[in-house]
Every structure is written in structure tokens, then in C-alpha cells.
Design a protein around this ligand. Structure first.
Ligand SMILES: Nc1ncnc2c1ncn2[C@@H]1O[C@H](COP(=O)(O)OP(=O)(O)O)[C@@H](O)[C@H]1O
Ligand SMILES: CC(C)(COP(=O)(O)O)[C@@H](O)C(=O)NCCC(=O)O
Ligand SMILES: [K+]
Length: 279
């Protein structure tokens, strides 16, 4: 079995994949802050042969995890941001400082769609751009929904935005504190994503397919105006592309990959941008 780990600042997600059939056998998440104590929702390492890790948590968490794994499994592959990989050149001045989750998303997006805007809605919301041809431009980091909520200290932290609530409900003025907060942070997030996407596509003269991942992807997706696809396993897909182990992965088929969304025409993006400038 292959164990893939996506260690974020809030949640450490894991996924068990069958090495022979490439099928996903199970998945789970544990809070990153807590120790990985046995009995928590973590897989039985006895059936794990190889581990692939993407981690953006503090170094000690990665060291602890590697320590826990090293004499239990045959091989551990740790992903690191680099100057270039799989046809993508890293747009960061110091490439190794780009969050590994962002780098995995950039690589997966390029493998799938040959250039993309990847939006990862986690503790932070990150937006990265890779042009057709593989040039990563760099990107944007803004607080995630939960962080924005916590920063307000209005005691609404545990009232999550219901991803299935009516679309226009979140556009209406809030009539209770929790509504005012949820509608406000939702609008902050989706307005930023829509505007950043339009500005960069306008500047670069190309309409890019947008791929959305992360724990809050479904909520944010509801407010994104441009054609996009949600790909929950996008960070894992970057691991599959970097360390292909199964027949499907070696053939470049990434688990859970959506049909690449068809972007709207650039003229439409530019018209929308011009219109929003009038507002
Ligand atoms: N099972 C869950 N427990 C807690 N938060 C969750 C869960 N599922 C989705 N979320 C939402 O996803 C966010 C964490 O998303 P994730 O992409 O895992 O973050 P990170 O990669 O930064 O750890 C939380 O802030 C919360 O809004
Ligand atoms: C920006 C992030 C904290 C987002 O991580 P996440 O929300 O997935 O926990 C992570 O990508 C990170 O630690 N980046 C390093 C700094 C940078 O990318 O510029
Ligand atoms: K993430």
C-alpha cells in the first residue's frame, strides 16, 4: 500500500492507495497540532510499503513524522519545492521557499491542463498561476475562511459556512452576527479569487483553466464566477506526478483528476474586468 500525506497547518490529511490497482482504499485527517498518537484516525503502517509526504507544517512535525515512519515502511519520499520540476519553472525568487502544497498544486495543474490557476482553500487561501509552457508566475496568499473568522474574535469560529446553503443567501446582508461574519468572509474570499484571476489573465493575455482544492474548496467554489473544477486530491496528485509508483501514475493518470475546465474567452474576462472597474 502507498500512504500519501498532505500535512497542512490545520489538518494532516492521509490517503491509502493500492500499489497494484491504484485504487484509493481509505482516507482520513488528524489535527496537525496534535501528536500522531496510535489509535487516532491514522492508518495501520504494517500494510504500508511506501509513504509520500507534502508538508507545510513546522519542521518538527515533518521530522517527527519521518521518525515515526522510518523503521516501519520501506521508503519515504518527501516533496520539496524546487527551481524546476516536470516542465514547470518555479516563479519564486527563492524557489525552495514556495509552500510545498502550492508547488504540488502547480505541478498537478500543469500535468492536467498545461497551465492553470490553482486555488487552495485551507488555513490560508493560496492562488498560483502557471502559464502554458510551464512558467509559474508566483501567486497570492490570503487568510483562509477560518482564520478570517478567528481574527474577528466574535465567537463565531465554530459556525462553519454551510457549503450547501443557497448561493444567493451568502450575498445578502447578515441579520445576525454569525451571518454578517460568514457573508463577509465569504465575499472577501470569492471577490479576491475572481478579481485576481481576471487581473492576471488580462495582464498575461491568456484565459487559464481554474482548479480549486483544499478543505474549504466547496464553499469558495460557489462564489467563483469563472469556469473551474474542484479537485480535492490535487496536492496528492502532485505527489503522484513527482514520485510515480503505480502503473496508472507512470502513465500520467492522476487520481480524482477532473475534466480540465474550459476557460471563457479572454475578451469576456477583460469585459468583466472593465465592468468591475466601473463599479
Ligand atoms: N474535517 C474537518 N475538520 C476541520 N476543518 C475542516 C474539515 N473539513 C474541512 N474543513 C475546513 O477546511 C479547512 C482546512 O482545510 P485544509 O485544506 O485541510 O487546510 P490546511 O491544508 O491548511 O491544513 C478548515 O479551516 C475548515 O474550514
Ligand atoms: C501559505 C501556506 C501557509 C498555505 O498552507 P495551508 O493553507 O495549506 O496550510 C503554505 O503554502 C506555506 O507555508 N507557504 C510558505 C510561504 C510561501 O508559500 O510563500
Ligand atoms: K492545503
Amino acid at each position: 500500500m502507498i500512504l500519501d500525506l498532505d500535512i497542512g497547518n490545520t489538518l494532516s490529511k492521509w490517503r491509502l492507495k493500492d500499489s497494484a490497482s491504484s485504487e484509493i482504499r481509505s482516507r482520513g485527517a488528524v489535527w496537525t497540532r496534535e501528536e500522531w498518537r496510535p489509535g487516532a484516525d491514522i492508518p495501520d503502517l504494517d500494510i504500508v510499503d511506501t509513504v509520500r509526504i507534502s508538508s507545510v507544517a513546522r519542521r518538527s512535525v515533518l521530522a517527527q513524522t519521518e521518525q515515526l515512519l522510518k523503521d516501519r515502511v520501506r521508503a519515504v519520499h518527501v516533496a520539496r519545492s524546487s527551481r524546476e520540476a516536470l516542465g514547470v519553472t518555479n516563479g519564486y525568487v527563492e524557489p525552495e521557499r514556495l509552500g510545498v502544497d502550492r508547488w504540488m498544486g502547480a505541478l498537478a495543474g500543469y500535468q492536467l491542463a498545461g497551465g492553470s490557476c490553482t486555488v487552495d482553500c485551507g488555513s490560508a487561501i493560496t492562488i498560483d498561476f502557471v502559464l502554458p509552457g510551464g512558467r509559474h508566475l508566483g501567486g497570492y496568499i490570503l487568510p483562509g475562511l477560518r482564520l478570517m473568522k478567528e481574527s474577528l474574535k466574535l465567537g463565531t469560529r465554530n459556525v462553519a459556512i454551510d457549503p450547501d446553503s443557497e448561493a444567493d443567501e451568502l450575498l445578502a446582508p447578515g441579520r445576525r452576527t454569525v451571518e454578517a461574519v460568514n457573508h463577509g468572509i465569504y465575499m472577501a474570499a470569492v471577490s479576491a479569487v475572481n478579481r485576481i484571476y481576471s487581473e492576471v489573465c488580462d495582464r498575461e493575455g491568456v484565459a487559464l483553466p481554474m482548479l480549486v482544492t483544499g478543505g474549504d474548496a466547496r464553499v469558495v467554489s460557489r462564489g467563483i464566477r469563472v469556469p473551474h473544477a474542484i479537485w480535492p486530491d490535487m496536492v496528492y496528485a502532485g505527489l503522484e506526478a513527482c514520485f510515480p509508483l503505480t502503473a496508472a501514475e507512470r502513465a500520467g493518470r492522476m487520481a480524482g483528476a477532473p475534466v480540465p475546465p474550459k476557460p471563457v474567452a479572454l475578451e469576456k474576462i477583460r469585459a468583466g474586468l472593465a465592468f468591475s472597474m466601473l463599479l
